[in-house]
Design a protein around this ligand. Structure first.
Ligand SMILES: NC(=O)c1ccc[n+]([C@@H]2O[C@H](COP(=O)([O-])OP(=O)(O)OC[C@H]3O[C@@H](n4cnc5c(N)ncnc54)[C@H](OP(=O)(O)O)[C@@H]3O)[C@@H](O)[C@H]2O)c1
Length: 342
């Protein structure tokens, strides 16, 4: 069985990575089309080592006859075109925030709640969680299976690629400019991002949290457990690829560091690298291009009852976005490669 697949937002950070994941994991395609805005029509994007796809205009594309559409064109564009694709009979896997909290749309990390995929039939849409949520729930799930998590406090260190290709250009341009004494120009970010950190991702909400912080809390509850309390602080850092998180967890019963290590050992897609030596932990530079979610700096937190602290790092464009979407497509079509099913 082979599938006709559309990649929407194919010229963007996530879309290009989706094409790469489809090719690398040999997803059984009979046809792949690359779609973006009318600005990109005719541009070429790579599909695997040898193929180039000519970009077509999303607005003029008819999804009839296509089996799966992987969407990452931004929330406003998905809001208009994902339902159009779904109505044409194509299952949409959407990377934007638009449908995530819709009760009729499953929000899925296959290793965590793959069973929820079956509930996609109402709208023909499956949502991919926020990049920071994905790596957090990957690390929390095996712990929560062993001892109930009551509360999570998380601070993120999010790379600029999470804000799109223009954000990467802004970090590059500012960094280069500062070395040659050019004035710093902020276009996408609200403050200078080069040699700085910005505690502000997405818009502010009425309670003082940012929408990114709200997303981490509500998405974690939708995927893992509606009772988990999550306090998040989301920070943009001058890193190109790879999100990091400092996580503090409180359980409702004693749960040791050793218990946590044993729980993670059985979790596909999570690797613990934690040697308490100079290079015995993972940083974002090392996880770029990797599929796993890496856990380091594991230790009990003696300042609260049943507390555990750790560090978690993942490639936000792969497991945080494109890879997760392709894994959903594999689960949907039951074409998971042996490596992912293990
Ligand atoms: N980056 C991440 O880590 C990450 C993780 C999870 C989710 N997401 C979400 O995924 C989405 C895309 O992120 P990104 O990082 O790939 O952004 P990006 O690099 O800025 O790419 C945006 C893509 O959307 C396309 N697009 C924009 N307006 C369009 C329109 N009117 N019609 C059709 N296509 C349009 C762009 O095409 P043109 O080149 O033609 O403008 C481009 O292909 C966002 O909603 C983001 O929140 C991102």
């Amino acid at each position: 069985m082979t599938y006709r697949v559309a990649v929407v937002g194919a010229t963007g950070n996530v879309g290009r990575e989706m094409l790469q994941c489809l090719a690398q994991r040999a997803f059984p395609v009979s046809e792949v089309v690359a779609l973006a805005s009318d600005r990109s029509v005719g541009r070429e994007v790579s599909f695997g080592e040898d193929d180039e796809l000519s970009v077509r205009d999303l607005a003029k594309f008819d999804f009839k006859g296509f089996d799966i559409a992987l969407f990452s064109p931004g929330a406003k564009v998905s809001a208009v075109h994902a339902p159009r694709a779904a109505a044409a009979g194509c299952v949409v896997i959407d990377n934007t925030s638009h449908f995530r909290m819709d009760p009729d749309v499953p929000l899925v990390v296959p290793e965590v709640n793959g069973h929820a995929i079956a509930r996609h039939t109402k709208r023909n849409i499956i949502a991919n969680p926020n990049c920071s949520t994905i790596q957090l729930v990957m690390a929390l799930k095996p712990l929560h299976d062993e001892a109930r998590i009551v509360r999570v406090v998380v601070a993120t260190y999010q790379s600029v690629s999470g804000a799109g290709k223009e954000a990467m250009d802004e970090l590059f341009g500012q960094t280069r400019g500062i070395y040659v004494n050019e004035p710093v120009v902020n276009q996408l970010f609200t403050k200078q991002i080069a040699f700085n950190v910005i505690p502000h991702i997405d818009v502010f909400m009425d309670d003082g949290a940012t929408k990114e912080e709200w997303k981490m809390a509500v998405e974690t509850r939708k995927i893992l457990d509606p009772d988990i309390k999550v306090a998040a602080t989301c920070v943009r850092v001058p890193v190109f690829i790879g999100h990091s998180e400092a996580v503090n967890v409180e359980f409702d019963e004693p749960f040791s560091e050793q218990d946590a290590r044993e729980a993670w050992a059985g979790m596909p897609g999570v690797a613990v690298v934690d040697h308490r030596a100079d290079d015995g932990y993972v940083t974002p530079v090392e996880c770029a291009g990797e599929d796993d979610v890496y856990v380091s700096r594991v230790r009990e937190d003696p300042t609260v009852a049943n507390g555990l602290s750790f560090w978690v790092v993942a490639d936000n464009l792969r497991k945080g976005a494109a890879l997760n979407a392709v894994q959903i497509a594999e689960a949907l079509t039951d074409t998971r490669p042996a490596i992912a099913a293990a």
